[in-house]
Design a protein around this ligand. Structure first.
Ligand code: SF4
Length: 315
């Protein structure tokens, strides 16, 4: 009797991943969309940190930004509207060996997904959560989202958005047990990358709001911020996000200790400037996957329990 020997797989430790190892389908976002810049920064992060593609997962909901998993050669789950965080939390709990990223838009995260967002922050699983905030529903072509600036005309509120927008930073900083809250902008790629790297290296849920331009439906939303750097202030601290090469472009600097939650909340509420950087970090905050008590089970025991549960619905 003969048998074929399987070819030996290359030792994972010896393999150096290149940018092309992470590039998926060609991105179909509009020309000039800020999502392109964010994708490039994420691919750079994956390459620099040498994340193993088959041990990395991107989970998204619905919206323009939620096409993210298609454009990466990792595992991906393009889910349903507002439900990216429960899916990602489930993956995290059952496969702690995987690195899990979540990509959501402002409608996805702060509207239909708001309850999941708040409770995920509190549960603090080890996830990198990116809110790509363009201040509009872009995929469905110009409806008011919770972060649309007051007075901005949309298809659903043609005389201007009626209410002041929700502030994702103030919400996140108000949630018990939130452990990492940062803000950056896609048109400052060095700052974006440094923020993503800090988020990835944090243990716990890293929430990063990324100001993201939608030139098709919401061009004016960030236009003044892009053209006038004086409207932006850099939060600086050795434990925060430091990008010295941006110091001249963004001349407003705020020394901020990101371990100070009260100062973080004050800075989030600041309306004189848009502050970018790390607002808050506390790696000692409990992570749900570490503190929950689950008796270890064999695969056979898990299958038996699953069958028992499914039998409850047998007709
Ligand atoms: Fe980007 Fe806006 Fe186009 Fe969507 S509609 S892909 S957010 S520019």
């Amino acid at each position: 009797m003969s048998h074929c020997a399987l070819p030996l797989l290359p030792e994972q430790d010896d393999h150096e991943y290149e940018l092309s190892d992470y590039e998926g389908a060609r991105a179909r976002w509009c020309p000039g969309c800020g999502d392109h810049s964010i994708l490039a920064a994420v691919q750079k992060l994956l390459t620099q940190e040498q994340l193993v593609p088959e041990q990395t997962v991107f989970v998204s909901g619905i919206g323009c930004s939620s096409r993210f998993p298609h454009y990466l050669k990792t595992y991906g789950f393009h889910g349903i509207h507002g439900r990216a965080l429960p899916v990602a939390t489930g993956i995290r709990l059952h496969r702690p060996d995987l690195t899990v990223f979540v990509v959501m838009g402002d409608g996805d995260c702060t509207s239909i997904g708001a309850a999941h967002w708040v409770h995920a922050l509190r549960y603090n699983p080890d996830l990198v959560v990116l809110l790509l905030d363009n201040g509009i529903y872009g995929l469905t072509k110009l409806q008011t989202s919770p972060t649309t600036p007051q007075g901005f005309p949309t298809n659903t509120q043609p005389h201007g958005s009626l209410l002041p927008p929700i502030d994702p930073l103030q919400v996140a900083l108000g949630v018990t047990n939130a452990s990492f809250v940062a803000q950056t902008a896609e048109w400052a790629p060095a700052h974006l990358f440094a923020t993503l790297r800090a988020a990835y290296r944090h243990k716990g849920l890293s929430f990063v709001r990324i100001l993201q331009r939608c030139p098709i439906y919401a061009g004016p939303v960030y236009q003044k911020l892009v053209t006038d750097p004086a409207r932006i202030a850099l939060l600086l601290h050795e434990d925060g996000v430091m990008v010295p090469e941006l110091g001249k472009l963004y001349a407003n600097h705020v020394a901020h200790d990101p371990h100070d939650i009260h100062a973080a909340r004050r800075l989030a509420a600041d309306r004189d400037h848009i502050n970018i950087g790390l607002f808050f970090v506390d790696p000692s905050r409990p992570r749900y996957e570490e503190i929950r008590r689950v008796a270890p089970r064999t695969a056979a025991e898990r299958v038996a329990l699953l069958n028992k549960e499914l039998d409850r619905y047998a007709v």
